[in-house]
Design a protein around this ligand. Structure first.
Ligand code: CP
Length: 314
């Protein structure tokens, strides 16, 4: 059985809820020796702060050892070694590979050739399933449910892999999405087709003001993905189009929470950080517990085993 995590689109509602329950166990007790003797590789062909460090912390707090690289320039890829050979080589040394790559489909490819599980830590503008699991965990934590929510996605909906992953995973939970993006960064047609296929309601907005976002349960801000633009002039035109300001929260529901996968560039005014609607740093913290669950699940460790675990370090 291939236990790789390439996309959450493959996951059932039951599987998502199961992973949330497992992450809750890790939030209670993140320090355990469940993975003692295991080795985890983190191969990052693209820059990262949160995803790499939270995966590595997740593994370390579970007693595993971690090898890998944060910059492909220090690898033999610079001498011409292929992705295939790199994956097969690293598979000789480790029990699981966490990989971020700039090519869409790279994680799928790796999962088809590797003898160990692959966790997709982001492939180009395609998918970012571990981010989506922590987004789902955070939405559940803040709203008490994943059902029937009004979710506003703002910013770069064209290249933002986190919004693509989230949209697909939410299909089980009857959401209504609101897409707020400039024309140049609109949600791609393929994801709108996906919505229609799964009866996911969506509305598109150009305006971004207090009235438009007053119905939001979740306001999901995103960074304009400079690295995906072939024309930097176009990036300059759109980069500061949607900035969330404190006064725009005047009509927001008390229970509304602002999420952002981070890094933030110029999408959320710093004054909002102290507002009770802001939840993006807690969201990033949840990445640790969710990634502990994802590593364990990929290694075949069940929720029952986590619950019965006697290796907790208090
Ligand atoms: N959210 C996210 O993927 O952040 P990093 O690029 O820092 O890993």
């Amino acid at each position: 059985m291939n236990r790789s995590l390439v996309t959450l689109a493959d996951h059932s509602r039951e599987k998502i809820e199961y992973l949330i329950r497992m992450a809750q166990e890790f939030e209670q007790h993140p320090n355990r020796l469940l993975l003692q003797g295991r080795v985890v590789a983190t191969l990052f062909f693209e820059p990262s702060t949160r995803t790499r460090l939270s995966f590595e912390t997740a593994a370390n707090r579970l007693g595993a050892r971690v090898i890998g690289f944060a910059d492909p320039k220090v690898t033999s890829g610079t001498k011409g070694e292929t992705l295939k050979d790199t994956i097969l080589m690293v598979s000789n040394y480790v029990d699981i590979i966490v990989m971020r790559h700039y090519l869409e489909g790279a994680a799928r490819y790796a999962s088809e050739i590797a003898p160990v599980p692959i966790i997709n830590a982001g492939d180009g503008a395609n998918q970012h399933p571990s981010q989506t699991m922590l987004d789902l965990y955070t939405i559940y934590q803040t709203q008490g449910t994943l059902e029937n929510l009004q979710i506003y996605l703002v910013g770069d909906l064209k290249y933002g892999r986190t919004v693509h992953s989230l949209l697909m995973a939410m299909r089980h939970f009857n959401p209504t999405f609101h897409f707020i993006a400039p024309d140049e960064l609109a949600m791609p047609e393929t994801y709108k087709t996906y919505c229609r296929q799964y009866n996911i309601r969506y509305e598109e907005h150009q305006d971004f003001d207090a009235d438009v976002i007053s119905g939001a349960d979740i306001l999901y801000m995103t960074r304009v993905q400079k690295e995906r633009f072939s024309d930097l002039m176009e990036y300059e035109r759109v980069k500061d189009r949607y900035l969330l300001k404190l006064d725009m929260l005047s009509h927001a529901k008390d229970t509304m929470r602002i999420l952002h996968p981070l890094p933030r560039v110029n999408e959320i005014e710093y004054a909002i950080d102290d507002d009770p609607h802001a939840y993006y740093f807690q969201q990033a913290r949840n990445g640790l517990f969710v990634r502990q669950a994802l590593i364990c699940d990929a290694l075949g460790i069940s929720l029952e085993q986590v619950k019965n675990d006697k290796t907790i370090i208090l």
